[in-house]
Design a protein around this ligand. Structure first.
Ligand code: ATP
Ligand code: BTN
Length: 319
């Protein structure tokens, strides 16, 4: 646990979403009023939204349920590493590959260096999202890993659907959208030599209740499950559902490859049949999105015929 014990106790008192006066917090926790005030400021700096009302005290903008290691790991054969704060859940697994088995996970309440594709930042406020990474070993090596980020996209949408959250779509190759707004991102990282097993780290960031503080840090339209669902979403339940879907789906991917996922992708493909631009390193190609091929490459119907693009350095945009 990285946030200090007294700060944790202040937070735990506020978790019920009710008002607690500074005097009450100080007395219950055996702290000075100044110390309470400092802890409140520190919690706000972590990304928690706290209302402060004269005469009433402090209250979390929304009641928050923290991730619970016992709930997450109950009935699971895999290991779950849960942190209050970590640089990046993907980095934690990448740094501990030697100790992992397929299906082991890392989750955190907050990431200090959450990462997106190509070194971009993933905004990761405290308790506002699910930051979840899973390790998977592919004995077939790097050649077996093609299309994995698409598989994960399908599995995340299916996990949300099983919780009654419908209408989420996939954007090739690694995003989940709701309407025009980004809901979640996937970062698949790989270690291994040709001819040897591939060590895959699959990172998922799903916005749950990001809060206003995060809004100013994200340079695009984004959304979260709270807005979509219109009610609080239990992150422990969500995490269990995501872990279950990933473990089952990755076993299927290992045995059968991308084929069983192609139709499931097509049904949720955000741009299928729509005009799009594909951004390359120093040019762009326009056309109509025509889904993906059997290897997971993006297909684009252009004036000069059907073209395929691999994910690497390519970005897809509406035209
Ligand atoms: P691509 O280049 O793959 O089309 P992209 O522009 O979405 O995709 P990514 O690297 O996939 O880029 O995602 C990182 C981007 O996502 C960041 O640059 C930022 O704009 C946005 N972002 C960061 N944090 C969040 C978040 N919590 N929710 C939604 N969007 C975020
Ligand atoms: C993207 O859209 O570019 C991918 C974002 C992936 C974010 C998740 S959060 C959990 C895991 N840890 C990270 O540092 N990144 C991924």
């Amino acid at each position: 646990m990285l946030i200090n014990d007294n700060r944790q106790r202040v937070l735990e008192t506020l978790l019920d979403g009710e008002f607690h006066s500074g005097a009450h917090l100080a007395e219950c926790l055996g702290l000075s009023r100044t110390a309470v005030n400092n802890h409140i400021q520190a919690l706000e700096a972590l990304g928690l939204e706290i209302y402060s009302v004269k005469g009433k005290g402090y209250r979390l903008a929304e009641p928050v349920t923290l991730l619970d290691a016992d709930v997450l790991s109950s009935g699971l054969a895999s290991k779950v590493h849960l942190f209050d704060e970590v640089d990046s859940t993907n980095s934690f697994l990448l740094n501990n590959l030697g100790d992992l088995a397929s299906g082991d996970c890392c989750l955190a309440e907050r990431q200090t260096q959450g990462r997106g594709r190509r070194g971009r930042e993933w905004v990761s406020p405290y308790a506002g999202s699910l930051y979840l990474s899973m390790y998977w070993r592919l004995d077939g090596g790097i050649a077996q890993a093609g299309g994995l980020s698409l598989v994960v996209g399908v599995l995340l949408v299916e996990a949300l659907e099983s919780l009654g959250i419908a209408g989420v779509s996939v954007k090739w190759p690694n995003d989940l959208y709701y309407g025009e707004s980004k809901l979640a991102g996937i970062l698949v990282e790989m270690r291994g030599q040709y001819g040897e097993p591939a060590h895959m780290v699959i990172g998922c960031g799903i916005n749950v209740n990001l809060g206003q503080g995060a809004a100013s840090q994200i340079d695009r339209d984004w959304t979260d499950l709270h807005q979509i669902h219109g009610a609080p979403v239990d992150r422990n339940l969500l995490a269990r559902e995501v872990i279950g879907h990933l473990q089952k789906g990755l076993q299927q991917f290992e045995l059968q490859g991308l084929a069983p996922f192609l139709e499931r992708w097509r049904q949720r493909d955000r741009y299928l049949g729509k005009p799009v631009r594909v951004l390359l390193a120093d040019s762009e190609v326009t056309g109509v999105a025509a889904g993906v091929d059997a290897s997971g490459a993006l297909l684009l119907e252009t004036d000069s015929g059907l073209q395929a693009f691999n994910s690497g350095e390519v970005s897809l945009r509406p035209s």
